[in-house]
Ligand binder design. Sequence first.
Ligand SMILES: Nc1ncnc2c1ncn2[C@@H]1O[C@H](COP(=O)(O)OP(=O)(O)OP(=O)(O)O)[C@@H](O)[C@H]1O
Length: 119
Amino acid sequence: MNVIKKFFKSFMYAFAGIRAVCSERNFRFHLFAMVVVIIAGFLTGISANEWTILLLAIAAVLSLEMTNSAIERVVDLVTDEFHPLAKRAKDLAAGAVLIAAIFSVIIGLIIFLPKWFEF
Ligand SMILES: Nc1ncnc2c1ncn2[C@@H]1O[C@H](COP(=O)(O)OP(=O)(O)OP(=O)(O)O)[C@@H](O)[C@H]1O
């Protein structure tokens, strides 16, 4: 029983994290992009494999954005002064999101462009 309670509590904390990040501008932008891509997927008509790849890309961007946010919070907790390592940590985390976002856009183009322009 205790194990189930603990497991349920962990879920609640995870949902609290998701709720918290939903108030952040960058995450909202990614959520908006996700909705646009999902609508485009339904309107265009893509295969199960294409849905899988698209959803993986979306999950990667959203998860990394949350990780970036977490790293920003921890850095701010450790110091509010300028520190090269603080800058490095935040820039690395932001770079990770950017890489995932760029490759997600490329994946989206590979999936959608041939269907829209029939080549
Ligand atoms: N303590 C610090 N020391 C050195 N550089 C910092 C520090 N805090 C932030 N920076 C630099 O300023 C940039 C912006 O920092 P900030 O904390 O505003 O992040 P952000 O990406 O704008 O986050 P948010 O999503 O909260 O707007 C960082 O990417 C980093 O380059």
